[in-house]
Design a protein around this ligand. Sequence first.
Ligand code: ATP
Ligand code: MG
Length: 796
Amino acid sequence: METDCNIKTTPKGFQCTLCNVNLSNLPSLDQHVKGRKHKTLSTVRASRKTQEEHSVFVSGIKPEISQTEITEYFQRFGPISDVIMDKAKGVYAIVQFAETDGTQATLSCVEHRMKGLKLRVKPREKKDFKMIPKKTGSENLQQSLDRLKPQLCQLMSVDAQMKHVVERFQLRDNEKEARGLLVQLLQEVFVEFFPDSKILPFGSSVNSFGVHSCDIDLFLDLENTKVFQAHAKSTTEQAGEGMSDDGRSEDSILSDIDLSTASPAEVLDLVAAILRRCVPSVHKVHVVGGARLPVVKFHHQELNLQGDITVNNRLAVRNTRFLQLCSGVEDRLRPLAYTIRYWAKQKQLAGNPSGSGPLLNNYALTLLIIFFLQNCEPPVLHTVDQLRDMACEEEECVIEGWDCTFPTQPIAVTPSRNTQDLCTLLFGFFSFYAKFDFASSVISVRKGCALPITDFLSQNKEEAMHEEKPIKTQPHGPKLGPLNLLDPFDLSHNVAGNLNERSHRSFQRECQDADKYCRSLQYHRKSTKGKPWGLVRLFTPNGEVPQAKTEQPTISIPFKSAALPKGLRDELHMAGDGFRLLWFQKVCSAVEGVLQRVLRCRLTPSAGAVFGENSVVDAAGEMETSLNTSTNDSCDSVDSQNEASPLGTAVVGAKRRLSSCSDASVSPQDKKPRLARKVRPELPHWICAQKHLVWAGRRKVRRELMKDADSRPEGSCVELESQVTTHIIEKEPALKQALEFKVQPQMLSGTESTKVILKLEPTCDRTGVFHDFFHFLEAFLPKMVETLMEKEEGRV
Ligand code: ATP
Ligand code: MG
């Protein structure tokens, strides 16, 4: 590391000049140097250096000189690996040799003449390679807000502010025209290579929600070209000649590829080549093949416009029409969408800078707005099913087997009876999602309601989603995640399937904060003292609304439909409405397993816990009965078994206890015994005792136990984690007095996403270690519970 010339010592520690980061101490420096970013940049720099050394800069050429001619001329000096032409003006080129000898031979030649032209040849300019610090997102966001603030503050109402946001950000006519011209230009170029093809814009450039800097999404429709190619092929075969009937030579671009069998990625490679070579001002062309929809990305220099071209995205053109229809039918949609999009951007909840990422994209966010508007009282927007019924026969449209029928004209749609103003609707949006149970729902804009997640858990999706398939038989269900939002037309697609737990949590937390803020006077009323009010405070990053503090340490175990083991998914699917109880029981059993078997805590019964006010709603009755009746006897049995054989028999105890609860694992909807209803029952809870610092130094012990052979992340293996605990217990001295704390599980749903909350409370902490154990459990327990649930299933 000392020899790494990128590392400089600074008064505050170290600086890596390559990656442009400061590091405060040696261990973090060490970690940084071994990290992916530093390694990638070092490799990129090395390859750039090699490229520079292997290439020369050639000027003085004319646009009519081709790449092949340049290659032919320069290969007399050595084998050539690439020639990059300046496409815009055609007056220079970069010639890259396979070896440095080629470069030297070229440079030592005094004069270069080609086709009567005198070429100037220079060594490649050596550019310092280092990470250019991006303008941080927050800086830009702040600047954008700073400009907007004074204008918003002086307006008289939130409605006026929302309309101003539209005015400020929407695409102007000249921008639309420029985009239109680019589409025309691309159409002219592509039709040369792909006869009868069409280039169709979709997305924000045309869906009525575009903002100044938005990208241009294009669909290259090759359907007619395929027909053309098939026809040409058959006539050629008949004629037995290398020429098609319209006289196009077989060595046109179409002869390189059979469109009827080529993959989208293969077609896109060709599209990329055409863009690179034939469209002026287009640069940075590259194919992104790994995505669900492969795409060619490019940048138009003059228009400073980022563009995407896809070839199998007809549905997107249709859903763009759908968004256009919605905003044509309902004037309030655009101000709402622009305001919420801007809010989401400020809060860094939406807009994945590189296209892919774990945040919502603008399409998904707009669908969330539409879904909310469908659920207002009375509804502001119709469901997609209702719109389909309003369409006439000629408007029927089926794409890839999905019913995409809706009226072409807004006039055909019955207007809404809802008269709420924009200010109220915006507040409504935040309240709606602040308490939306995402974990247990699948949002259907098609039906305008939340479908139960259990319908989507079974392997037998054909049956489970019967109602959701108007025409097409679905080969697979949507990819489930923390936020499940079905596409209005492709009902097998979760448009928010890219979200991770964290981004979903941030979205809901920000909705909760915004909901709180919208209840205040500052939201509704202009400040007489010139203070920020209305949207301004809503848009301010890191909100000025203080986060609610939790009084008691709690650990949250969210219901993650996507992470459930297969058998459990089927069981929950069968349980229908009672799935929460069943899942709660499984979680309790797993928590007990982790505490006893993995962390070797001693569990003893405790009395007196009762249901909190927010706890389980639907399944409360069954759970009250079942868990109450089971608590005392089961804990006794767990405790005694634990004493005798901590690792083996406790599981049986835990299982017996939970299944003895109510037989809910078989059928949670079963009736409960009448007697128990009279008593205000207890939640199951544990008093947990631990004599050893089983959380301290686990990583090191784990590493030693694994000897680096099969490195598993923390919490991924029950046996290994149990061994780590045993090792610590055997090697490390015990605490003078055992730490004791109460663990009380509670189920939350209905008012937010379904989850189990474990409330922890120290009952004896003479050595003051409770908080350390709690922080460890906070990360460890949810992970281990997931692992254990999977493992238990494997045993069945
Ligand atoms: P912007 O480009 O300003 O972020 P946009 O509305 O163009 O907003 P994009 O994310 O670029 O949104 O998506 C463009 C189009 O691609 C959408 O209008 C939609 O038709 C389609 N699309 C985007 N994301 C998805 C998705 N997750 N599932 C299905 N279609 C999508
Ligand atoms: Mg777009």
